[in-house]
Design a protein around this ligand. Sequence first.
Ligand code: CUA
Length: 314
Amino acid sequence: MPEPVALAVLLAATGLTPVTAESPNAERIADLYWFVAFWAAIVLLAVAVPLTIFVVRYRSRGRDRTIEGPQVHGSTRLEIAWTLVPVAILVIVAGFTFYKLPGITLEDQAKAGDLRVRVEGRQFYWQYRYPNGVIQIDRLRAPQGRLVVLEITAPLSDVNHSYWVPGVGGKFDAIPGQTTRTAFQANDTGTFEGQCAEFCGIQHAQMLASIEVVPPDEFDSWLQEEAAKQESGDSDLGETEFTGACAKCHGMNGQGLIGPAFTGASVSDEEAVAEVVRNGRGKMPAIGEGWDDRQMNALTDYLKERFPEENSGG
Ligand code: CUA
């Protein structure tokens, strides 16, 4: 087996290979990974193989410790070679990196009409807002083949997060009060999984992100319908808010986890819920800071339905 193939097989077996690239910018990151991994493997073999051979071949075989080995003096040619060859490798790797680097985001290719989605990293969920006001939690829906610009940020009261869906691009920080832009263009439909890549608190590991890529026509009609549904209050927004923003700390059934359990009595008072969701309380972050009324109502309606007062045994 030629070395690069052997390397690829080894890495795939150990789960260390990048996920399949689904967007031109992610392809560049994957290319870079393989290129650097190739040269790193050459260096590893060039050091480790002779080292092992020398250890075996020149071991002392019970020779007395006081006997000195042969005194070898420098070899000019060898020394020049082991200086120049690594320098050449570094130049090659650096050159390839700087050639690939500008394209790891497609943001500079964005035009005025492209879809722009605001991505907010929040403890401990991702909130997406489309230009027509549609809100999605944790899962972003995107059209296949079109450029999608992500404007990544976090509320001022929140902490740093990092948006990373490796199938369509690199990591981009979500920093309170700042906006970081990137873009992707998914080649295929499908769901690409990702994760918050910056330790942001106790439920950081639960802060999953995914991008569901659908055919462009389907996307357009979904976005319109979803806007109408969220306007009239019969979308699944409340449920996704519960799952994304509440359940990670209060349990999938509101049974209590890091945060206390929900009871019908504790979530039936809409104003009290809105107050705590908007402002946080004690250790609970202000998960709903900046939510509009429609978004808040979606949650309080869902909570009332899910945790009716008569079943408030706890
Ligand atoms: Cu958000 Cu880690």
